[in-house]
Design a protein around this ligand. Structure first.
Ligand SMILES: Nc1ncnc2c1ncn2[C@@H]1O[C@H](COP(=O)(O)OP(=O)(O)OP(=O)(O)O)[C@@H](O)[C@H]1O
Ligand SMILES: [Mg+2]
Length: 457
């Protein structure tokens, strides 16, 4: 901190020498001048972070020096010294941007203190500027391009980079990752950054539909194709024309559907169910799965030819436990979001609590973290969420409670377990059903249904 340059201007040589010697003893590098014009010329050649100038000098006064230097380099800190210390001149100097005003005579001690204070101010300003710069870079790199995607771990950044590189291409992407890792978010990010962004993004959940339904969802059907097909319906392939078709849970489709899908991908054309007309579309295919397709191919549960068609560009989303750095960021983000949407003061997690979150295994990844934060947010009545509370809710969802129902047949055990969970949630939320439903992670309508079923209404 002492290793700094200071310019000293004073036409009184003994005064000047006194200051210069004292400053040099403290380790400053000092350039000294007896005329304002010389000091300014030297400053123009090379600036300095600190300038000390006498006030009464001729023909160029201390205020002239001050004015000029502030114009050349606004961040330079200037101290004006004068034997004629009136309040007026001090005020004027300050208004012109002087950082300090010191009346002569002064002790070496006072000089050291005041110069030290200026240097500290400079250091702080620099540190702040650096922080702001880092923050801006961070915002740009991480937050901006992925409005809702939080994370700065190396693993996630690599994913962002890959997304950036392939979004513009039309190549087929397969997103692999455990449940709740953000596969859908990545699929949407790919679409938003593609040339197709103004065209539709259509999602099909392949895991939740029986074959016949899935086929008509994907390819559409003609009127009368099957019972209930009262009119012609366009399939998702057609709806996605010009845009992106997102095939979620692709690992769950049957062997028959694998063949049909392969054909549509290879030929880029298909027929509606019960139809003759061949329809061709221009869609980009993004698929996702929480299973290991590679393994499924080895076990001959997934067609190899379809696998290669889908996996032109693989994107692997790492589980949360492999990018622990992101956990505090995400937890804070979700809490802030909750407070923001409810216009309430933010809640914080204690540092021990945060440690616990970081150590947890997160089988349900980000979705699980998000749900937990919501639960904690609802339950906690103070501004801080602590370790004990988190521990209770992490373990509450697994293991502990199940033991009580060991002796019952599965069906009854499940019901008893469900009933207990519901009663607990109702108790914790003071019988407020909407909140209890939130706590349980189910829609309020399902809670009502269950309350009725168990005679708890
Ligand atoms: N990096 C992230 N930052 C903020 N929120 C995220 C991030 N990744 C995922 N989420 C949120 O976590 C939840 C789960 O994400 P998403 O649905 O994309 O996961 P998924 O991998 O498709 O899960 P599943 O396999 O269960 O379908 C969503 O609410 C999503 O908004
Ligand atoms: Mg998903």
């Amino acid at each position: 901190m002492n290793n700094r340059e200071i310019i000293v201007v004073d036409d009184n040589s003994s005064m000047r020498l006194g200051m210069v010697e004292s400053l040099r003893r403290d380790g400053y590098v000092v350039r000294e001048f007896d005329k304002g014009s010389d000091a300014l010329a030297a400053f123009r050649q090379r600036t300095a972070p600190v300038v000390i100038t006498d006030l009464k000098m001729n023909p160029i006064t201390g205020l002239d020096v001050l004015r000029e230097i502030k114009q050349l380099s606004p961040q330079t800190e200037i101290m004006v010294v004068s034997a004629f210390g009136t309040v007026d001149t001090a005020v004027e100097a300050m208004q012109l941007g002087a950082a300090d005003f010191m009346t002569k005579p002064f002790s070496a001690e006072e000089l050291r203190f005041r110069v030290g204070r200026l240097c500290e101010k400079i250091d702080n300003a620099k540190a702040l500027a650096k922080l702001q710069e880092e923050y801006t870079v961070l915002q740009h790199e991480v937050f901006k391009p992925y409005e809702k995607m939080i994370g700065q771990s190396t693993l996630l950044r690599q994913v962002f980079e890959l997304v950036e590189r392939v979004a513009q291409e039309d190549s087929t992407v397969l997103i692999e990752g455990e449940s709740g890792t953000g596969k859908e978010l990545i699929a949407r990010a790919l679409h938003q950054r593609s040339r197709r962004k103004d065209r539709p993004f259509i999602k099909v959940n392949c895991g939740s539909l029986a074959d016949s339904l899935l086929e008509s969802e994907l390819f559409g059907h003609e009127k009368g194709a099957f019972t209930g097909a009262v009119k012609r319906k366009k399939g998702r392939f057609e709806l996605a024309d010009g845009g992106t078709l997102f095939l979620d849970e692709i690992g769950d489709i049957s062997a028959t559907m694998q063949v049909k899908l392969l054909r549509a991908l290879q030929e880029k054309e298909f027929e509606r169910v019960g139809g003759e007309e061949t329809i061709s579309v221009n869609v980009r295919i993004i698929s996702a799965t929480h299973r290991s397709l590679t393994q499924m191919v080895q076990q001959e549960k997934f067609r190899e030819d379809l696998f290669y068609r889908l996996r032109v560009i693989p994107i692997q989303l790492p589980p949360l436990r492999e990018r622990k750095e992101d956990i505090p960021l995400l937890a804070t983000h979700f809490l802030n979001e909750l407070s923001g949407s409810r216009h309430e003061t933010p809640k914080k997690i204690s540092s021990e609590g945060m440690n616990l979150l970081t150590q947890y295994f997160w089988p349900g990844n980000i979705r699980e973290l998000q749900n937990l934060m919501e639960r904690l947010w609802v339950i906690s009545d103070s501004g801080e969420i602590d370790e004990a509370m988190i521990a209770q809710h992490l373990s509450g969802s697994t293991g502990r409670v199940a033991g009580k129902f060991d002796h019952l047949p599965l069906e009854q055990a499940l019901e008893a377990f469900e009933k207990t969970m519901i009663l607990q949630a109702m108790k914790k939320t003071g019988q407020v059903k909407n909140q209890a439903a939130k706590l349980l992670g189910i829609p309020a309508s399902s809670l009502y249904y269950k309350l009725e079923k168990y005679g708890l209404l």
